[in-house]
Design a protein around this ligand. Structure first.
Ligand code: GLU
Length: 274
């Protein structure tokens, strides 16, 4: 009798274990009709988790539109924070179905993930303190303390091309760079202009910072997805194309970049060799 009970118990454990494996299958979508999508949590206008726990930003609107086209209502989306350095891993591990997180398409990343898009063309710029006129071009950074984020293209671009002698500090997220800029531990923050415009226009930062206004690179944003999933890539590209043609893309641009005054480029041609 005792033995029987024990084996029944272990059978239960086995069933539970199998169920857990099946649910956590690593595809970013599950049988319960939910989809997990990676976004940024700390970039106003782009990808932001608000104090009330809801999410807002251009990437959030793009991701929500794409999810709808894939058959998922907004309420079925589970958001996952995707810091710059972790995006490829989150995709490769199947923790997310796709990533829409100010994610520049480039060859290095394409070795690990595939991209749909591009759906926005941003440019690298610099954010400095409002009263600092000593930084007007990239080479001025050579004697300065510059902040960017681990695993991001702007940090790479500075090290390799723009200002190899800059004292580059790499933090985990741009919001940490902002604190440094404000208390003068940092002289400039570099990343995409849409992200910097969002920070500069935040209520708590008003009047403290300014964008230098340099287009230091092209940053075409793509939707990152599992390498080799041609079907998903095709579906996402179709969704993005529809988002532009039915006017939702323009609406999302106005709603999210309007408050920061960010002047975005027109919608890029989708699936142009991404
Ligand atoms: N778009 C750039 C990148 O993908 C910078 C923004 C970011 O770090 O998310 O690295």
């Amino acid at each position: 009798m005792k033995l029987r009970k024990a084996s029944a118990a272990s059978a239960t454990v086995l069933v539970l274990a199998l169920t857990a494996t099946a649910c956590g299958g690593g595809s970013g979508s599950s049988d319960d009709g939910k989809i997990t999508i990676g976004i940024k949590y700390d970039q106003p206008g782009v990808g932001l988790k608000k104090p009330d726990g809801t999410f807002a930003g251009f990437d959030v609107d793009v991701a929500t539109y794409v999810a709808k086209e894939l058959g998922y209502a907004a309420k079925d989306i589970e958001w996952k924070e995707s810091p710059s350095a972790e995006r490829e891993n989150l995709i490769a591990n199947g923790d997310v179905k796709f990533v829409a997180a100010s994610y520049t398409i480039n060859d290095e990343r394409k070795k690990k993930v595939d991209f749909a898009g591009p759906y926005l063309l941003a440019h690298q710029d610099l954010l400095v303190r409002a009263d600092d006129n000593s930084i007007t071009k990239a080479s001025d950074l050579n004697s300065k303390k510059l902040c960017s984020v681990t695993g991001s293209t702007p940090a790479q671009n500075v090290k390799e091309k723009l200002a190899p002698d800059a004292d580059l500090q790499q933090y985990g997220g741009y919001s940490e760079c902002l604190t440094g800029l404000e208390n003068k531990a940092i002289d400039a923050v570099t990343t995409d202009d849409d992200i910097l415009a969002g920070y500069a226009s935040q209520k708590e930062h008003k009047g403290k910072f300014k964008l230098v206004g340099l287009k230091l690179s092209d940053e075409p944003y793509g939707i990152g997805l599992k390498k080799g999933d041609a079907d998903l890539k095709k579906k996402i590209n179709a969704a993005l194309t529809k988002m532009v043609s039915d006017g939702s893309w323009d609406k999302a641009v106005k709603a999210n970049f309007g408050p920061s005054g960010y002047k975005n480029e027109p919608a890029p041609k989708i699936d142009a060799g991404s």
